[in-house]
Design a protein around this ligand. Sequence first.
Ligand code: SAM
Ligand code: DTB
Ligand code: SF4
Length: 339
Amino acid sequence: MIWDGPAARAIFDLPFMDLLYRAQTVHRRHFDPNRVQMSRLLSIKTGGCPEDCTYCSQSARYDSGLSASKLMEVERVIAEAKRARDAGATRYCMGAAWRSPKPRDMPQIVAMIEGVKALGLETCMTLGMLDGDQARTLKKAGLDYYNHNIDTSEAHYSNVITTRSFADRLDTLAHVRDSGIKVCSGGILGLGEGSQDRIDMLVTLANLPQPPESVPINMLIPVEGTPLEDAAPIDPIEFVRVVATARIMMPESHVRLSAGRTGMSDEMQALCFFAGANSIFVGDTLLTKENPDEDQDMRLFARLGLSPMVAHEHAREPDPDEARRAMVLAADPAIPVLR
Ligand code: SAM
Ligand code: DTB
Ligand code: SF4
């Protein structure tokens, strides 16, 4: 199913109530609306990154006050993962502040994947750009997911990052997909982009040869010392519109409410879950920045009657006509409801 820009725009621009109703309707066709998948993050290599991503605390080009560290010992990663598993995590995501992994780092990375997998956890990594050989090596080690965000639209990309191109990102996503690793790819809202950039980003993701299994929607965490430290915050209603549009355009993907939840009210998060977000990061630290602590998340879940998704729980039976139906209806704003 190929999405075109005008069809995506028509969905995004629906009256808010119609948009949310449609998103929730699509969501219920594929997922249990009261379950949310939970992943835990660990920074296995922090800071000192050569890339110039203007939002990032870990770029060596900006003084965010972060001190750089070396790649973590395998034993320590496994011990942290075990703690996370014992506390209920089902997927473990490991992130490194690299442009791409160096050949000398690969054996250590492979050992981490094997060790974390042996604990019975799903594994996810985000290590920057990969070539085909690297992707195959990670797959062979047992990696389940690879996170690699396109971050924003192609048009806005060079305003945010100049040390690599949008096409480089798509190349890595193709290597990951071809290797058989599941794809996690999304972006950040609040990078000075306009609503058309947000829609274009979703069109790119939805039109990949196969949409990502997981689509993180991050809200910029403004980091002091980076060029985006004073970026204007995104309107929460606009944020929810993006989540709802992502849900309608990628009905079988997990839409992940990622960075920035400490800057969201419970009500905003509830609207995001209603709009179809069904995955979060748990634990009080993301890679370097804050995240709500687990008590806070458990209180929110209790208030909303949400419960954690168990490992390997997937979308309901695929419905090949879903996206087509949404697109046809989007072209006719006189029809407010999906039937
Ligand atoms: N270095 C690797 C890369 O960029 O692909 C992996 C780690 S990187 C920190 C992972 C993702 O975190 C980025 O692609 C970006 O979308 C997100 N991110 C980084 N800093 C952020 C911030 N301040 N606010 C929101 N999201 C952020
Ligand atoms: C993603 O999209 N968000 C996560 C994960 N993928 C690796 C990272 C968020 C990082 C937030 C900023 C920080 O902690 O430094
Ligand atoms: Fe490096 Fe990733 Fe941060 Fe960009 S987002 S500076 S590549 S760690």
